[in-house]
Design a protein around this ligand. Structure first.
Ligand SMILES: [Zn+2]
Length: 184
């Protein structure tokens, strides 16, 4: 299949061409407290609209590449838990969690779902505080997980997810996001 690169428009075998991947998808792992992030915010924000589009899965598969290598460093057993991975055409957080799958790391799909479908993009902290996601957890109790989301903005979603999980004895070892807006 031949695509037109989403960034430069040139014919390409991938939805983002090799040149654009190299020039624009620069990654650097930064650890901020217990959150690891990989890209500058503007990069991930640029692709945000593909979350809910057909073929957006191809974009998120490319964006998840650094997670594959990163997760190979971990040689302890843990589960990988994507936040609110409800597929429309696909689930972007599900793709990220799947990319981390290894002998040691096992993704748990569809286990941590927001019962409030409020969208946070572009909303103020005050709005976010007044409209919690109300997560429901349906997974195993008393396990360790690595929590996965695409963007950390205020940190409220990660915090709320962690609080829900705690009630089930689930311990968040650390968090993985593509970008941490609070620092990059
Ligand atoms: Zn290109």
């Amino acid at each position: 299949m031949i695509f037109n690169c989403l960034l430069c428009g040139e014919a390409s075998l991938k939805i983002i061409c090799i040149n654009c991947s190299k020039n624009y998808l620069k990654t650097k792992i930064i650890k901020n407290k217990n959150v690891y992030s990989f890209y500058d915010y503007e990069v991930i924000e640029h692709f945000n609209k593909y979350k809910y589009q057909k073929r957006g899965d191809l974009v998120y598969k490319i964006l998840s590449r650094p997670l594959i290598e990163f997760s190979r460093k971990f040689n302890f057993n843990s589960f990988v838990l994507p936040i609110d991975d409800v597929p429309k055409y696909f689930s972007h957080t599900g793709i990220l969690a799947n990319s981390m799958k290894s002998r040691f790391l096992k993704p748990l799909f569809g286990k941590l779902i927001a019962s409030s479908k409020v969208k946070y993009a572009g909303k103020t902290l005050d709005y976010r505080l007044k409209n919690p996601r109300n997560f429901i957890y349906k997974g195993k109790k008393n396990i360790d997980v690595i929590l996965v989301d695409d963007i950390k903005t205020t940190g409220l979603t990660l915090k709320e997810a962690k609080e829900t999980l705690k009630k089930h004895g689930v311990n968040v070892i650390f968090n993985i996001v593509l970008s941490d807006k609070s620092i990059r």
